[in-house]
Design a protein around this ligand. Structure first.
Ligand code: PLP
Length: 392
């Protein structure tokens, strides 16, 4: 088999791999507690499903414009104004097949061979491979758990070189629920203003899942000069429990959005017509379900943080958003000569708990646990981890 260098450079998404292994074990009748999922455990709201069914019945089942239908672009403009205070025109919007696809398109449009893309660690697993697929070089910048895994302005500045084209920010983050306040973002902008050729990808896919009464602020709202070079990425997957529908979107400078639309038109064409209609309903319909689910996630966040803190040697960093927690098991693992990958594998095989090893997010000795699970599963899962560690 003679694979391309590009294909050889990429391995499958570890989160999807672990989740499917856990699913296969469950299907064989094994009692697996899954704390590895990257999606809400709630169903898509009924009004959204109805909108899709209506679209099918009305025959809205053909190609749409490659960059998405105007109705959905208008819904995104409406939602970005409502949720982020940002104003855009249709020419600034691209609808893609998920937020992941939107980010892929941005990187394809901006990154040439050898171009550097700054990614703070811990990072979402897909950023580095997507940079590599575009021919670029991921520049990983370490953050500290003691500082809530936030990128420090001086570390950002130190990482910028003449080859830097993009900085990727994700908040609240996957895997640690890292959150940037307005002040944090202003401090980063102070550095970014010195480097006007650097673009910002602001991955705000968890922006509506924020806890402790914090207010989400988009970096693009901190000045027209910043907005002009920021790509604000969002989607319906996490907010509206629509991971399978594959609708994400991005707002950004119109000339680059146009180039991204061209790339999309020659690769996937339009995102699914029916799913686009469903996304219009999700964004413009009633929003009470979003808040109800956010509250449930916050309760679960409190629960899992408390449960994990009862395990000796585990360091809990309480997430400020999203539905993942990223505790450190360093004291336990180093003592026993274990790394996060083997630990996570053994937890699945021997204790029947699915987690994702920290190394996949660029952070050894941590595990990512998803609290998109029932309270019972959170209790059962953490209890199993606890007794597994006691027997190690
Ligand atoms: N960004 C982050 C940080 C994510 O965790 C995910 C999904 O796991 C995405 C983007 C992409 O989501 P989707 O492609 O379903 O919109």
């Amino acid at each position: 088999m003679s694979l391309s260098l590009r294909a050889k450079s990429i391995k499958p998404s570890p989160t999807l791999a672990i989740t499917s292994k856990a699913k296969a074990m469950k299907a064989r009748g094994e009692d697996v507690v899954s704390l590895s999922a990257g999606e809400p455990d709630f169903d898509t709201p009924e009004n959204v499903k109805e909108a899709a069914i209506r679209a099918i019945r009305e025959g809205f089942t053909k190609y749409t414009p490659a960059s998405g239908i105007d109705e959905l672009k208008d819904a995104v403009i409406f939602a970005y104004k409502r949720d982020k205070g940002l104003e855009y025109k249709r020419e600034n919007i691209l609808i893609s097949c998920g937020g992941k696809h939107a980010i892929y398109n941005i990187l394809q449009a901006l990154v040439d061979d050898g171009v550097e893309v700054i990614i703070p660690a811990p990072y979402w697993v897909s950023y580095p491979p997507m940079v590599v697929l575009a021919g670029g070089k991921p520049v990983i910048v370490e953050t500290r758990k003691e500082e809530g895994f936030k990128l420090k302005p001086e570390d950002l500045e130190r990482s910028i070189t003449g080859k830097t084209r993009v900085v990727i920010l994700n908040y609240p983050s996957n895997p640690a629920g890292t959150f940037y306040s307005k002040e944090d973002l202003e401090n980063l902008c102070e550095v970014l203003r010195k480097y006007p050729d650097v673009y910002i990808i602001s991955d705000e896919i968890y922006g509506r899942l924020v806890y402790d009464g914090e207010t989400f602020v988009s970096i693009a709202s901190l000045g027209e000069d910043i907005k002009e070079r920021t790509f604000v990425v969002d989607g319906v997957s996490k907010t509206y429990s629509m991971t399978g529908w594959r609708i994400g979107y991005v707002a950004g400078p119109s000339d680059i959005i146009k180039a991204m639309s061209n790339i999309q038109s020659q690769s996937t064409s339009n995102p699914t017509s029916i799913a686009q209609k469903a996304a219009v309903e999700a964004l413009t319909g009633p929003q009470d379900e979003v808040e109800r689910r956010r509250r449930i996630f916050e309760e679960r966040r409190d629960k899992i943080s408390q449960l994990l803190s009862t395990i000796e040697g585990v360091e809990v960093i309480k997430p400020k958003g999203a539905f993942y927690i990223f505790p450190s098991f360093k004291a336990i693992l180093q003592n026993r000569g274990l790394k996060s990958f083997e630990f996570s594998e053994r937890l699945l095989d021997e204790a029947k708990v699915a987690t994702v090893p920290g190394v996949e997010f660029g952070c050894e000795y941590h595990l990512r646990l998803s609290f998109a699970a029932t309270m019972e599963d959170l209790e059962k899962g953490v209890e199993r981890i606890k007794s597994f560690i006691e027997k190690l």
